[in-house]
Design a protein around this ligand. Structure first.
Ligand code: GUN
Length: 293
């Protein structure tokens, strides 16, 4: 069993990005600039945004954090998005989700200029991804692909079972895994909460991508020997052992499943660490004009 080390790979990719930024600066170009909008005080979101800003600093990016109380109106938020769309200094920006209920997330996502949508959530980027055109791929699927690539895990012709059909993870990773590319080229089955014979399907899987958000859902009896497991779950559960009072739990019952695997990602320390790196990579692509000029 090989433990896929998200920390090592994330550090590798970060070093590569930092190197590119240094070259850009040496060539007289401006630093890549990421802006992040956060609304309200969701604990998870505040932690993620703080890490995104910190990573920007580490890699030599400029970052701007724009904070609003959750009383902000949808119109005000949309007007800020319009301002960032027009701001030539901002290469890419994101609006951290979830948003308060009175604001339509879909409206917000569609208001972002797709050429600055480094989250890869805009329908144009999603559509381009699904037909294999250059685009911004969202952070989690992109991080998974990077891990499979760097560990040289064979995917061509393999049966990949995705559990979960969210717009952010399940659907895009299914799309990427079926694409004619490496990694990719797999036979993909997407399962979700209404799937009737789930265990029958997961037992056939060469690769399982668990992204349903139910702690320890996937157990040893559901997988065959030699399976590759990518655990995308990051549910916060209360814990008396950590300072923060919680810890992250994956969708896989790691202790019993790991011995049956050829490769497995831990939680924490697997996919999660790759997501911020993917966002920074997209911001670098935006700064270089590599996708939309
Ligand atoms: N909330 C959880 N994950 C993400 C993400 O990747 N981007 C944004 N904007 N919000 C999120």
């Amino acid at each position: 069993m090989i433990l896929i080390d998200g920390k090592v790979i994330a550090e590798q990719v970060k070093a590569e990005i930092a190197g590119e930024v240094k070259e850009m600066i040496a060539a007289g170009k401006k630093r890549p600039h990421l802006a992040v909008i956060i609304v309200g005080h969701d604990g998870g979101s505040e932690t993620y945004v703080a890490s995104k800003v910190k990573s920007c600093e580490q890699l030599g990016f400029k970052s701007t954090k724009i904070e609003y109380e959750d009383t902000i109106s949808e119109a005000e938020l949309l007007s800020k998005i319009e301002e960032l769309n027009k701001d030539a200094d901002v290469d890419g920006f994101i609006v951290q989700l979830p948003l308060p209920k009175h604001i339509s997330e879909q409206k917000v996502i569609e208001a972002i200029d797709y050429r600055k949508d480094v989250d890869g959530f805009h329908p144009i980027n999603i559509g381009r991804m699904s037909i294999g055109m250059p685009c911004y791929v969202s952070a989690t699927p992109s991080g998974i692909i990077e891990l499979l690539k760097r560990y040289e895990i064979p995917t061509s012709g393999k049966h990949c079972v995705v559990i979960g059909r969210s717009n952010i993870v399940g659907k895009p990773i299914a799309s990427l895994m079926m694409q004619k590319s490496v990694p990719g080229d797999a036979t993909v089955t997407v399962c979700h909460s209404r799937t009737r014979n789930l265990k029958e399907i997961t037992l056939q899987a060469d690769i399982i991508i668990a992204a349903l958000g139910k702690p320890e859902f996937l157990t040893a009896d559901m997988v065959k020997d030699g399976v590759v497991i990518i655990d995308v779950g990051t549910t916060r559960v209360p814990s008396t052992e950590t300072k923060s009072g919680f810890r992250l739990k994956g969708d896989v019952k790691f202790d019993e499943v790991a011995p049956k695997c050829s490769y497995i990602t831990p939680v924490p320390g697997g996919v999660g660490l790759m997501t911020i790196v993917s966002l920074l990579k997209n911001t670098l692509l935006a700064a270089k004009g590599e996708i939309y000029g």
